[in-house]
Design a protein around this ligand. Structure first.
Ligand code: ATP
Ligand code: MG
Length: 327
């Protein structure tokens, strides 16, 4: 049995990109391995968050985890800020990280681009993410393609620690879907779909009403052709929609291409909206029940206790090896 860890930032509402790239795999992996899934609220504050919105988003994501099929009896589900060892090992990892390594991170470049002032936490974020993973000595990290670079840094930091202070950490590996590891924006296929985008038309949120999903898809950018064909190089917009279709309908790319052969984009986009609605509607129903019941707080409390047991032990060992006085 492997150890699995991952999390979503409470920086907005979960999108179908988060679902396809990561959450669906969380649900699958909980049956196979020892899993830790958190809402990474401390990462969310690397960009400014309104306090009321942050609280709502954090609770909402935790409830969506359960609504999408995570089982608190199978996986530990918790908030990053509830397990203090994350902040502490995060600081330690920051001291082991080189400035040049952080400067190379494309996420930092993307998120800081054009901003007048950028918080230092956005820059050092990858060191905290390394701590998140290493605290559980996790082998498998279900993430989207955009996190690959941060995971490579985590492995470099694990290696650096092992070399300086003695072997302790395993090398974590990404776990990604073959198709859909990078779902692109509906309005611009050169940018990944992101929940923190200021343009709500660029993403489909897991909690979007069916009418909103239909509208967003009808407005999704395509090309001037009419062939439903998977060709990411030449038809990035349509290929992105095919990837999404493939996940929601559980159909292969070839089957989808055959189904819409000669029909143009209209029927394809309409059906895609219905496929998404069919999967999301029951999740949304469960979500509203879970929010009403208040059960999420007990789940998060239990999850944090389970996580802290492992995390505190790792942190203590790290501190001993580095020469901190431990009494
Ligand atoms: P933000 O804009 O605040 O960074 P985000 O949508 O990128 O939000 P994260 O919380 O950063 O979401 O990432 C949560 C998980 O979802 C990660 O595993 C990430 O790799 C994955 N993910 C994010 N966006 C996509 C996407 N467009 N396609 C596939 N996976 C994605
Ligand atoms: Mg992100």
């Amino acid at each position: 049995m492997k150890r699995v860890l991952s999390g979503m930032q409470s920086s907005g509402q979960l999108t179908i990109g988060n679902y396809i790239g990561a959450l669906r795999n969380y649900v699958k992996l909980q049956h196979l391995h020892r899993c830790y899934f958190m809402v990474v609220d401390m990462h969310a504050i690397t960009v400014p968050q309104d306090p009321a919105a942050l609280k709502e988003q954090t609770e909402s994501i935790a409830a969506l985890y359960i609504a999408a099929g995570l089982d608190p009896n199978k996986a530990s589900i918790f908030l990053q800020s509830h397990v203090h060892a994350h902040a502490e090992l995060g600081w330690i990892m920051t001291t082991l990280t080189h400035m040049g390594e952080l400067e190379r991170m494309t996420q930092f470049k993307d998120k800081s681009e054009g901003k007048e002032s950028v918080g230092a936490g956005l820059f050092t974020y990858p060191s905290l993410m390394a701590a998140d993973i290493l605290l559980y000595n996790a082998d498998l990290i279900p993430v989207g393609d955009d996190q690959k670079q941060h995971l490579e840094l985590t492995r470099d930091l694990a290696n650096r620690f092992n070399n300086r202070f003695g072997d302790m950490f395993v090398m974590p590996q990404p776990y990604m879907p073959e198709i859909g590891a990078r779902i692109m924006s509906l309005d611009d296929a050169s940018k990944k779909m992101s929940k923190s985008s200021p343009n709500a038309g660029s993403y489909i949120a897991m909690l979007d009403e069916p009418s909103v999903i239909r509208k967003k898809l009808s407005r999704a950018v395509t090309d001037s052709g009419r062939e439903v064909k998977y060709d990411p190089q030449n038809k990035p917009e349509v290929s992105n929609l095919i990837s999404i279709y493939s996940h929601f309908a559980e159909m292969s790319v070839v089957e989808i291409e055959a189904k819409y052969d000669g029909q143009g984009y209209g029927p394809f986009k309409k059906d895609l909206a219905e496929q998404i609605v069919a999967v999301l509607e029951p999740i949304q129903q469960r979500y509203h029940e879970i929010r009403k019941s208040g059960e999420i707080f007990d789940i998060l409390k239990k999850g944090a206790q389970e996580a802290a047991e492992v995390a505190n032990e790792t942190l203590l060992e790290v501190k001993k090896r580095m020469g901190f006085v431990v009494i």
